[in-house]
Design a protein around this ligand. Structure first.
Ligand SMILES: [Zn+2]
Length: 257
């Protein structure tokens, strides 16, 4: 009996030891597996992060049909991109009765004040325009060219280079202003030689405005050189556009027509 009891006791002991070994092996396996999974996740995380960054970087580019709130300031309006139907300016009336969009009002006032404080004489000669105002300006331009001897067809094409066809003027956004030197108000190339214009061209970006129609970029903008026309795009975009010496079209990747 003792022998049999001893034999069973040893058997139970062996089974217990075997179970412990199995448990230890299983536990070790779980730990190793867990370490592998954790390390694996860390390793996988890096490319996942990079992938996540790419859409974020792409998101900076405006989406045509549904611009983000911030991107509204980058809305492209030119001969090939008419004013969006959904565009609703939020207008503020200036002291001279002209109107400007509230999104650029403070920046505009700051820029004008800084220009005056620097000793110059900026004068606002155009800001927000309605469709009707733009139509009137365009029709007048066409008529003047017809009067000078052009055919109506030629006049319409030529007029559009200087006065945007109604529906394609940045002034209808409420984010564009024409500023001249109060002492020389002609809308000609000579405007660039005025002290006021030199200051504006060099400093407007600080206030979020860009010199919109440079002399050598007419093919891209579709508009002749206009040293007086400034467009609000927000400070970050304005600084980038100024530093890179590019147009809004190039900034948005839409220089090709
Ligand atoms: Zn203008």
């Amino acid at each position: 009996m003792d022998y049999e009891r001893e034999r069973r006791r040893k058997k139970r002991y062996r089974e217990a030891m075997r179970n412990r070994i199995i448990a230890a092996v299983l536990l070790a396996g779980i730990i190793v597996g867990a370490i592998f999974i954790i390390k694996g996740c860390k390793k996988d995380d890096a490319p996942v992060d990079e992938d996540q960054n790419q859409p974020a970087a792409d998101a900076v580019k405006p989406v045509d049909d549904q611009p983000k709130v911030d991107d509204e300031l980058l809305t492209l309006v030119n001969p090939w991109n008419p004013l969006p139907d959904s565009w609703t300016p939020d207008l503020v009336t200036l002291s001279d009765g002209r109107k400007i969009d509230s999104r650029c009002y403070e920046a505009f006032e700051e820029m004008m004040d800084a220009c005056k404080a620097a000793g110059y004489s900026p004068f606002l000669c155009s800001a927000y325009r309605t469709q009707e105002t733009q139509q009137g300006l365009y029709d007048n331009k066409v008529q003047r060219l017809v009067d000078s001897g052009m055919s109506e067809e030629e006049a319409k094409v030529e007029a559009a280079k200087a006065v945007a066809i109604p529906g394609t003027s940045e002034h209808q956004l409420g984010l564009a202003v024409d500023i001249v030197d109060a002492n020389m108000q002609d809308l000609t190339d000579e405007q660039e030689n005025t002290a006021t214009q030199k200051w504006l061209m060099a400093n407007s970006w600080r206030y979020g405005f860009i010199h919109r129609y440079p002399n050598d970029k007419t093919d891209i903008t579709g508009i002749i050189y206009e040293p007086w026309h400034y467009r609000y795009v927000g400070k970050d975009a304005a600084q980038d556009i100024f530093n890179r010496d590019i147009t809004l079209e190039e900034y948005l990747g839409k220089a090709e027509h």
